[in-house]
Design a protein around this ligand. Structure first.
Ligand code: DAH
Length: 339
């Protein structure tokens, strides 16, 4: 019996398949259910006690050599074959990963944040799904106030009242409710308006809100802060404050910067005036302070708010707001240098 096994060992060790079919035949013949290895094992009980050890070792040798042969000729797992395949050449240089770029809105938002960070403002954030109190009532816009119509609102629910915030001024309220003066904070974030989508407007966009509350804060502080800001961001510090109306500030103003009239584009974007409106601002209305439990006799402050898209479009001379949301890589890749 042992010599039979030895013959099979010899046969297996000389085996060299011509193709995969032959390899499979070999596997079935030696290791299959009715193959040689199974057969020799089944005969184990008939072997004399003193020969069992040698017999067992011979079967194991046969099994081992068969498995080795299968491994050797298995097509893909053979490392020699692998390296012959060009596509898997491990020494080949890797193709460079293309790095993504920052979105222009993020670039400008972070520039604005940096400018205010330098003069001690921190960053605050609030939810995009707001309630009536934070978006309107606490900002001196009670129910049925006609000024609510200034911002077309996406309402979500009546009771409890929920809406998509129409401005980041809601974060002012949340911040004042949770912090004591002195307060110096800016709040960047996305806002929503029920407006038609066109080259100049969209149903959502981004704003940055600023708030400064302390003892004896005056309109002069507001103006000086704005001059510092416009100089840092636009390199231009000539500004004018036009009287305006916002329910949450009194007095209120619209901020224009003098852009100049040096080129045809300057003429076009400033409608021939040289001036460009960039944000709204004012002294925080005492009612708003009181709504947030801040004593309006002791404290005063200023606030401002601007659209990040508007500023981004100005700085990069982008004519259509929609392109900012299309994620067209041909457009976005142009901002590589600004990272
Ligand atoms: N919330 C105003 C808007 O969305 C912008 C604004 C104006 C914010 C004046 C202010 C401010 O804080 O003082 O149109």
């Amino acid at each position: 019996m042992i010599s039979e096994i030895d013959n099979k060992i010899k046969e297996a060790s000389q085996f060299k398949p011509k193709d995969l079919k032959e390899l499979e035949k070999f596997r079935i013949e030696f290791l299959g259910k009715k193959g040689h290895v199974t057969y020799f094992f089944s005969q184990f009980k008939k072997i004399k006690e003193n020969e069992k050890k040698e017999y067992g070792k011979a079967i194991n040798d046969l099994k081992k050599i068969t498995l080795q042969k299968l491994e050797e000729f298995k097509p893909k797992t053979n490392p020699e074959n692998k390296l012959k395949n060009k596509a898997e050449d491990l020494t080949r240089p890797v193709s460079a990963l293309e790095l993504g770029v920052r979105h222009p809105i993020s670039i400008i938002r972070d520039k604005i944040i940096d400018i205010f960070y330098k003069i001690g403002f921190n960053i605050s954030e609030g939810p995009e799904i707001e309630d009536d109190w934070h978006n309107f009532t606490a900002l001196n816009l009670p129910e049925y106030h006609p000024a609510r119509d200034m911002q077309d609102t996406f309402f979500i629910n009546k009771d409890p009242d929920l809406l998509l915030r129409t401005h980041t001024s809601s974060v002012q309220i949340r911040h004042m409710e949770n912090n004591n003066p002195p307060i110096r904070t800016i709040s960047p974030g996305r806002v929503y308006r029920n407006e038609d989508i066109s080259a100049r407007s969209h149903c959502f966009f981004h704003q940055i809100e600023g708030l400064y509350i302390d003892k004896k804060v005056s309109f002069a502080d507001l103006k000086q802060t704005l001059i510092y800001f416009t100089k840092e961001l636009f390199g231009k510090s000539k500004i004018r404050l036009r009287p305006s109306y916002f329910p949450f500030t009194e007095p209120s103003a619209e901020v224009d910067i003098y852009w100049g009239l040096n080129s045809e584009t300057d003429h076009r974007i400033t409608k021939g005036t040289g001036w460009l409106e960039i944000m709204g601002c004012g002294m925080v209305d005492p009612n708003v302070l009181e709504n947030c439990k801040i004593d309006s006799k002791e404290f005063s402050g200023f606030a401002f708010g601007m659209g990040i898209e508007r500023i981004t479009m100005l700085l990069y001379q982008i004519e259509d707001i929609r392109i900012l949301y299309e994620n067209d890589s041909r457009f976005l890749s142009q901002f590589k240098k600004s990272i």
